[in-house]
Design a binder for this molecule. Structure first.
Ligand SMILES: [Ca+2]
Length: 178
């Protein structure tokens, strides 16, 4: 499902942030996690306390006008000095109705972050069939295609919903393989 151009234009300019959350080096796999218990990565106003959180007390609540989760920006050359070949992004989603567009996104941006080369998404409904229950959503991207892993590119990773029925998101995990 495509997110509307208006929403894409509404993405605020975001500075590269130092990675918060954990970075574990497991051989050739580099992993970044965010359980949203703090306002890690590019902070989001859509971080809320939620009794049915997937972890801890906090989640992102995404709906019209509050479309974006906390956002992870990383320059490709800051991931590894070796070429990164594959990204695996997972997050937990809870859907509350049918009027929502629940995307998990890896946006390949230029070095200034102003321009998107490629917007790669997965629709959470491919993974989550029941409303009001948590389901794990997975986006796997081959970074060797289309020059995605050029060292100066920036990967921007987030969840979004620009429609009126709320989507809850928790527990991001991003792994890059060399
Ligand atoms: Ca949480």
């Amino acid at each position: 499902m495509k997110i509307s151009a208006a929403i894409l234009r509404a993405i605020p300019f975001l500075f590269l942030v130092a990675c918060s959350g954990s970075k574990e080096d497991k051989g050739n796999k580099l992993t970044f996690k965010n359980d949203l218990e703090g306002n890690y990565w590019s902070p989001s106003q859509n971080l809320i306390s939620f009794p049915q959180s997937h972890s801890g007390n906090f989640v992102n609540k995404l709906e019209t006008g509050q479309a974006f989760s906390n956002i992870f920006n990383i320059r490709v050359k800051d991931i590894s000095s070796k070429p990164v070949k594959r990204a695996k992004v997972t997050a937990w989603f809870m859907l509350t109705g049918t009027d929502s567009e629940q995307n998990l996104v890896l946006d390949v941006r230029d070095s200034t972050m102003q321009n998107s080369f490629e917007w790669i998404n997965v629709d959470a409904t491919d993974f989550v069939s029941e409303l009001n229950k948590w389901g794990k959503v997975e986006l796997i991207v081959d970074l060797t295609l289309k020059n995605r892993n050029s060292p100066d590119h920036v990967f921007r990773i987030y969840a979004a919903n620009g429609r009126k029925q709320p989507v809850y998101v928790d527990d991001f995990e991003i792994s890059f393989e060399e």
